[in-house]
Ligand binder design. Structure first.
Ligand code: ATP
Length: 375
């Protein structure tokens, strides 16, 4: 049995018979169509005890539909959903939302304006004995640092505070799984980064298994234990943030998770001749001699490359700047290489290079590069 340590004794409880690493939530071949469109298409995924997994993908890829299916707000056409080994949706069975051990934090927070903060948090545990409910509300308000705000109206609170109340309300009944629908989309940009860390800390302190949904790759990479990249209704890749970012298994994942440039070339005699020069095969992930003669595209991210002005000791250079984007702390330069490939170089904002300037782009990496068969 696993005990999850949270701030007070009353919150120290046992979440079933699971060990860390056992799956709490399983989707097996889940499909949901709207007319001819398969919004969720044969999607399979396991979510493990105590982890925070984020479903990440572009608009319309099926994230929200998947979350609704998990919550029981919608029913799959095919496939099975299990929570804690119990089938909650399948061909012959459908468990209503209220009867699932699943909490949901809505994008809008959906707090009741006519109830106090404490009453909002108590909403899902009204059937508990009064003293236990009161104790639970107190410990949750402490957990989300709103101990002094129990008798306030939600209208008196800031966006970040309202989000914490919504989180406390969903955690109150001690769900097996917490679902978060675009949890930061209703917050000011300046508050988002702060709240990401705070929400993650609260979730981790309770030990609850959580599934979040977002289209924001930075958010997904920064808060999650694992990220499931969704494309056209199914899982394209699932893994730890650094793995999906550094070792994407498809071009879709590579391009969705931040800017990706590609240089192409043929593998011959243990090296690939590219617009960036000769790349030894051993700097390219898993590129063994069995691929000899293959033409491949090697992925390079903006932070893998450095552009030096051609007139500053960099010879004639190997390309020119075709676009520049100022982001505040940095410039991202798009460089058209002489052989036709296009790459991105991220520089400190002080490195001010001009449009059309000739540069030499060099690779500066200490990790293996991902590659794909040439298109
Ligand atoms: P977003 O990030 O924009 O919310 P999403 O990845 O969450 O997108 P979904 O909302 O799950 O995507 O929608 C997936 C597809 O299913 C979309 O093409 C959408 O138009 C369609 N869809 C979703 N719900 C319905 C519905 N109730 N009726 C008809 N089509 C729907």
């Amino acid at each position: 049995m696993i005990e999850h340590t949270v701030p007070s004794a009353a919150n120290e409880r046992v979440r079933g018979e699971r060990e860390p690493g056992e799956s709490v939530l399983e989707l097996d071949g889940v499909t949901r169509s709207f007319g001819p469109e398969r919004a969720v298409d044969d999607l399979s995924l396991s979510v493990y005890e105590g982890e925070l997994l984020t479903l990440l993908g572009p608009s319309g890829c099926g994230k929200t539909t998947t979350l609704r299916l998990l919550a029981g707000l919608d029913r799959p056409d095919e496939g099975v959903i299990r929570v804690d080994d119990e089938t909650v949706a399948g061909p012959d069975r459908f468990v209503a939302p209220d009867d699932r051990d699943v909490g949901l934090v809505f994008q809008s927070f959906a707090l009741f304006p006519h109830l106090t903060v404490a009453e909002n948090v108590a909403f899902g545990i009204e059937h508990w004995p009064a003293d236990e409910s009161e104790e639970r509300v107190t410990e949750l308000l402490d957990l989300v640092s709103l101990g002094e705000y129990g008798d306030h109206s939600p209208d008196d609170l800031s966006g970040g505070q309202r989000q914490r109340v919504a989180l406390a309300r969903s955690l109150a009944p001690e769900p097996d799984v917490l679902l978060l629908d675009e949890p930061f989309s209703n917050l000011d940009v300046s508050l988002r980064t702060e709240m990401r860390e705070e929400v993650r800390n609260i979730i981790k302190e309770t030990g609850v298994t959580a599934v979040s949904v977002t289209h924001d790759q930075e958010e997904a990479l920064s808060i999650s234990d694992r990220v499931a990249v969704i494309h056209d209704g199914s899982v394209e890749q699932v893994g730890r943030p650094e793995v999906v970012f550094e070792q994407p298994e498809s071009r879709f994942v590579a391009e969705f998770l931040g800017q990706a440039g590609f240089v192409s070339g043929e593998l011959a005699a243990g090296a690939v001749e590219t617009d960036l020069g000769t790349l030894p095969a051993d700097v390219i992930e898993g590129l063994g001699p069995e691929y000899d003669g293959a033409t491949i595209d090697v992925m390079v991210r903006p932070d893998d490359l450095v552009a030096t002005p051609a007139d500053e000791g960099a010879g004639e250079g190997n390309g020119e700047i075709v676009h520049r984007q100022y982001t505040g702390p940095s410039f991202v330069y798009q460089v058209g290489l002489d052989g036709g490939d296009v790459v991105y170089c991220e520089h400190n904002h002080a490195d001010n290079l001009a449009l059309d300037q000739r540069v030499r782009v060099d690779l500066r990496v200490d990790h293996p590069l991902a590659w794909f068969p040439a298109e």
